[in-house]
Design a protein around this ligand. Structure first.
Ligand SMILES: *[C@@H]1O[C@H](CO)[C@@H](O)[C@H](O)[C@H]1NC(C)=O
Ligand SMILES: *[C@@H]1O[C@H](CO)[C@@H](O)[C@H](O)[C@H]1NC(C)=O
Ligand SMILES: *[C@@H]1O[C@H](CO)[C@@H](O)[C@H](O)[C@H]1NC(C)=O
Ligand SMILES: [Cu+2]
Length: 197
């Protein structure tokens, strides 16, 4: 997942003159400066079912470097996340695009926040290519439960914004669809239970 941008970044960081805001140390046996720049590759947490009357992804407009992990946590009652094409919201993008499957979660009796014991993750590929997604439950997509990673900022993708995608989803006529299988990512036990809460 190391692309040209990362190689350039690493090269830039590696050639920066040594500087630090830490207290000066008296001795050092390390002639090369350590990498102090935080890696842009990180895990972004998205909570499905938080905000908008439970019909939102929070956050729903994510900017992420290539190689980053987008990790979905699921609140009650029964959401999913499925990749779509910008021009065709509420249905799977193609045969291989990602689908998390559904995550039924019972609400707690006392109103305390609960989430699924499992998460779904996918890895961001090309930063220049937006990833559009929706929840395939009932009419959630048509209710605006959609989101994007790296929405179009310019070039051929310019103008392809989350606002336009959501408007198209709300106007979608038909049945919101799923792939029928978990694919295009990883689903498993929640490795970061407190992330995003
Ligand atoms: C800095 O780099 C040196 C040499 O690789 C390594 O021994 C040291 O543990 C590093 N320090 C930190 C804080 O990572
Ligand atoms: C299907 O979608 C995936 C994910 O966006 C993409 O990587 C792949 O190239 C697409 N396949 C085709 C045949 O368009
Ligand atoms: C979750 O939603 C899916 C799709 O509507 C449905 O097939 C499944 O039975 C639901 N699960 C529960 C436990 O309600
Ligand atoms: Cu939903």
């Amino acid at each position: 997942m190391l692309n040209l941008n990362h190689l350039l970044l690493l090269a830039t960081v590696a050639t920066l003159p040594f500087s630090t805001t830490a207290a000066p140390t008296t001795t050092t046996t390390n002639p090369t400066p350590n990498l102090t720049h935080p890696s842009p590759v990180t895990t972004h947490t998205v909570i499905a079912g938080r905000g908008g009357g439970g019909l939102r992804f929070d956050p729903d407009n994510i900017v992420a470097a290539a190689g980053s992990v987008i990790e979905f946590h699921f609140l009650p009652a029964n959401h999913s996340v499925v990749e779509a094409a910008f021009d065709a919201p509420c249905v799977p993008k193609n045969d291989t695009s990602f689908d998390s499957g559904f995550f039924p979660v019972a609400a707690s009796a006392d109103g305390a926040a609960v989430q699924s014991g499992e998460v779904f993750q996918f890895v961001v590929g090309d930063e220049e290519r937006p990833v559009w997604f929706y929840c395939a439950q009932g009419r959630h997509c048509m209710g605006g439960m959609v989101g994007v990673v790296n929405q179009g900022f310019g070039g051929a993708e310019g103008g392809k914004t989350l606002g336009r995608f959501r408007d198209a989803a709300k106007g979608f006529v038909g049945v919101s669809a799923s792939q029928g299988a978990v694919q295009g990512g990883w689903r498993g036990e929640n490795p970061n239970p407190l992330a995003g809460f």
